[in-house]
Write a protein of this length. Structure first.
Length: 203
């Protein structure tokens, strides 16, 4: 599955590797490097397969507390939105290919972050939308991008994390079974309706 991602995103991919031991981390990074080198021999543009070496300042910034990084991001034209989706791991390359293309169509930088969960059985796909929240036209473009991609994603069986009430909730009527079980689960954990209804206002 990793090979599939490398094939689709040789020009854009950036790996964030986590491990419990140095030995495990060394194995993972060595394995990724080997797969990239193997694919380089078959790639149409071998020169595009390069290993990015982080600048010491980049490494130092990643060692800071999260609030030291996030606050700086938040001041960039005050528009920095993560739209997160769950997909099966074998389909995350297709998701990323579709979403980055759509981001470019709507005039946004094609930035996306992908992580594996459930031991590489599922993926969290997180497009990162950078926009100027002081411009109404930018906000409208974000909403249109969100609506366009949501309609496509639901037809593929993909579901998003933290659905918003403006785009996702309306689209969920197309995914009746998901909506049914979402309400059923809410009733199971909160039979007396004492919890806050949340942004989806589930009954």
């Amino acid at each position: 599955m990793v090979d599939e991602l490398i094939i689709h995103f040789v020009n854009h991919i950036n790996w964030e590797c986590w491990a419990q031991t140095q030995e495990e981390l060394d194995y993972v990074t060595t394995r990724i490097d080997k797969m990239a080198e193997d694919f380089k021999k078959r790639a149409k543009n071998p020169d595009a397969i390069i290993k990015q070496v982080l600048h010491p300042k980049q490494i130092a910034s990643r060692m800071k507390k999260p609030n030291k990084i996030a606050i700086s991001y938040s001041f960039w034209e005050a528009g920095f939105l993560f739209i997160t989706w769950y997909t099966p791991w074998p389909e995350c390359a297709h998701f990323a290919e579709m979403y980055t293309k759509k981001m470019e169509e709507y005039g946004f930088p094609p930035v996306i972050w992908i992580a594996s969960i459930e031991r590489c059985r599922q993926a969290i796909c997180m497009p990162i939308i950078c926009f100027d929240s002081t411009k109404q036209s930018d906000i409208e473009k974000v909403q249109e991008l969100n609506r366009d991609t949501t309609e496509y994603a639901l037809k593929q069986g993909w579901l998003n994390y933290r659905p918003d009430p403006y785009i996702h909730i309306q689209a969920y009527y197309q995914a009746g079974m998901y909506w049914k079980y979402l309400r059923m689960f809410k009733k199971m954990v909160d039979p007396n309706f004492i919890m806050h209804p949340g942004r989806l206002a589930l009954p």
